[in-house]
Design a protein around this ligand. Structure first.
Ligand SMILES: [Zn+2]
Length: 314
């Protein structure tokens, strides 16, 4: 009997010790208890566990784990603009694939039924230009997948909303703006497939505004008439400086509207980057008719400010 009492006492002492060891810090406990909001109560010393009329429950034991998870080491590739974790094998693999496509272009296999709109000399080879409407993109899964990949790369480099082919198709079906994706494709070689080396997303529009290239702000004035809008334009790294973007823009003017060569001064740009502004200004001032040049000069006569035509995408 005496031994039982002694054992119980030992057990009680042990339990009390355990409960005190596992007790959370006092301050958070007092502050978190709705019964101890009064400053008087909060400032009085807490009752000793053994003197408390209500026996303190032994807190359930839980296993603690030491977290040794490493911190991600993110970096942004200066060429393809992809942000990835350099310590993750999956991320590195993903970047490697994306980077190769951004640099050399996205491989594409075009069905023979797709007719080219023109052929142009690029570097040492002849590239082919295609106009992809919603109908084209709906008819070939392989083409849709390739153009979707090219659009994603274009979006990443231009910091544009990450819209792919599905977004383009839903936009084209919900409006009558006759949007199209123009692609410039390198020829198939012994070592590589045909690849998309340039791309432009083009909208049919009706009006826009002038924007200052120096300030990036719209120049106040009435809306100006426009026919085509360049939503995005992009060239793969290895094809830059070879006139691919200019070839695409020329093809757009020739083939966007059936039976009409659209004048360059009726083409607007959506949120152009600094390099987009330079391309727009250079391309617009090249090969314009005398009246178009004179119109532009008149509008630029108020100062040295350079301006381009822009529009707001729906
Ligand atoms: Zn990269």
């Amino acid at each position: 009997m005496e031994q039982n009492i002694s054992e119980n006492r030992q057990k009680q002492i042990k339990q009390t010790y355990q409960s005190r060891r596992k007790r959370p810090p006092l301050v958070p406990l007092i502050n978190s208890s709705p019964l101890l909001r009064s400053s008087t109560l909060a400032s009085s010393p807490p009752p000793h566990p053994s003197s408390s009329p209500i026996p303190r429950k032994i807190q359930k034991k839980t296993q603690a784990y030491l977290s040794l998870t490493r911190k991600p080491h993110r970096t942004t590739c200066s060429q393809c603009a992809m942000s990835y974790d350099t310590l993750s094998a999956d991320d590195r693999k993903l970047h490697s694939k994306f980077h190769a496509r951004a640099v050399s272009g996205v491989d594409i296999l075009l069905p023979p039924t797709f007719k080219a709109i023109s052929k142009v000399a690029v570097s040492t080879y002849t590239a082919t230009l295609y106009k992809m409407t919603a109908q084209h993109l709906s008819s070939s899964r392989a083409v849709r997948v390739a153009i979707d990949a090219a659009l994603r790369i274009c979006n990443a480099e231009l910091s544009a909303p990450d819209e792919g082919v599905e977004d383009f198709l839903s936009r084209a079906s919900s409006s009558s703006n006759e949007s199209a994706v123009y692609i410039c494709v390198s020829p198939r070689s012994l070592t590589s497939a045909q690849a998309i080396i340039g791309l432009a997303v083009v909208d049919r529009i009706s009006s826009g505004h002038f924007m200052s290239c120096d300030t990036g702000r719209l120049i106040p004035g009435p809306p100006i008439r426009l026919i085509l809008g360049i939503s995005r334009i992009y060239t793969a790294h290895t094809a830059r400086g070879l006139g691919v973007a200019q070839h695409i823009l020329n093809a757009v003017c020739e083939s966007a509207v059936y039976g009409m060569q659209v004048p360059r001064n009726l083409v607007g740009w959506s949120q152009p980057s600094e390099s987009g502004c330079q391309l727009a200004k250079k391309w617009c001032s090249e090969s314009m008719t005398a009246s178009e040049v004179s119109e532009d000069r008149e509008k630029d006569a108020d100062g040295t400010e350079k301006k381009i035509r822009v529009y707001i995408e729906r």
